[in-house]
Design a protein. Structure first.
Length: 341
């Protein structure tokens, strides 16, 4: 059986023909551009350096962890006592007590200075006794859900936590140590910062944290003049942070706005008076009976520089003035400080 199939010829007018030619030309032109455009041109497919195909790192910003002191109370407390526990309690009670700042269910990050592989007697790191006492207060008195302790030491993290005595202190008190590794850092965005506006930060221990407390020794520093509360946050930085030593005062001022902690505690149990920040000789260390607690780390650093390191007020480190200008705190502690002895 024979079938007749009528095939209608495809016809189109001159206007349609021109439209199709123009469309095809556009496609071909675009493909040619994408293939041959220099690497720095928009939409170019060239990637000789590998930077175009590198994924953009995820950034995060830190919340404000601050808690205001009770109405009518000072922002800075100074505790003097023969025991570490007594000093800490008096300093905290002067500004409202630890339970005012940390409530049941809080997840707390403690940031001590564990930067060096040194024994605590040398004054280069935070007192392990103070860390142990503070963790117990947070877990028992405040009923915190968890207390984490973290630092990114200059030397081997495991060795530093062990040699300083902080590892043993944290474990005895029921806290958890967070050690850094290659996957523990993310880029932190800090508005207003100059050197670390976007910089790798020790992010993992900050996940889910509701309160942050810095616990820093007071000591001499050969570049910045002193290392105290603000400089302590340097231990949260990753990346090639040694480059910041060329502009030490700017980086410390940046740290004053990088993180807004719930509390800062200055450990004045022993002061490294010279050869800081590493120390190395017990002769450089002066024993004291002071702990400072407060919510203005700029004012606290200024007070400790004059009263604990015993330096002249006219020689206050330049970073304090830069930090004050950035909004990190106020140098003058007049009418904002209470000493309990």
């Amino acid at each position: 059986m024979k079938h007749n199939v009528n095939v209608m010829p495809t016809t189109f007018n001159r206007r349609e023909f021109i439209k199709r030619v123009a469309f095809a030309s556009t496609i071909c032109g675009s493909a040619t551009y994408l293939a041959w455009a220099p690497e720095d041109y928009p939409l170019s497919l060239k990637d000789f350096t590998g930077t175009r195909s590198r994924p953009e790192p995820q950034q995060f910003t830190l919340p404000d962890f601050r808690v205001k002191v009770p109405s009518g109370m000072p922002e800075i407390g100074i505790g003097r006592d023969m025991t570490t526990s007594g000093r800490l309690t008096k300093a905290l009670e002067a500004i409202g007590g630890i339970t005012h700042f940390v409530q049941p269910g809080d997840v707390v990050l403690l940031k001590p200075n564990v930067a060096f592989d040194r024994s605590p007697e040398l004054g280069a790191t935070t007192s392990p006794e103070l860390i142990e006492i503070l963790i117990r207060q947070l877990l028992v008195d405040c009923r915190a859900l968890e207390v984490r302790v973290a630092d990114n030491p200059i030397e081997s993290p495991a060795d530093c936590f062990a040699k300083t005595g902080i590892k043993e202190a944290v474990e005895k008190a029921g806290g958890r140590i967070n050690l850094p590794d290659g996957n523990a850092f993310r880029n932190l965005h800090t508005p207003g910062a100059e050197l670390i506006k976007s910089w790798p930060c020790f992010y993992r221990p900050l996940i889910g944290v509701t309160k942050v407390i810095g616990v820093a020794p007071v000591k001499d520093h050969n570049l910045s003049g002193a290392s105290m509360g603000i400089k302590n946050w340097y231990g949260l930085l990753g990346g090639q942070r040694n480059q910041f030593h060329q502009d030490i005062h700017t980086i410390i001022a940046d740290l004053s706005i990088m993180i807004k902690p719930t509390l800062t505690i200055l450990d004045g149990s022993r002061i490294l008076m010279r050869n800081g920040p590493t120390g190395g000789d017990p002769a450089y260390v002066k024993p004291w009976d002071v702990i400072v607690a407060g919510t203005d780390q700029v004012a606290m650093d200024a007070w400790a520089f004059v009263n604990l390191l015993q330096r002249d007020e006219s020689t206050l480190p330049h970073y304090l003035y830069l930090a004050e200008k950035k909004g990190g705190g106020t140098i003058d502690a007049s009418n904002r400080i209470l000493e309990v002895s």
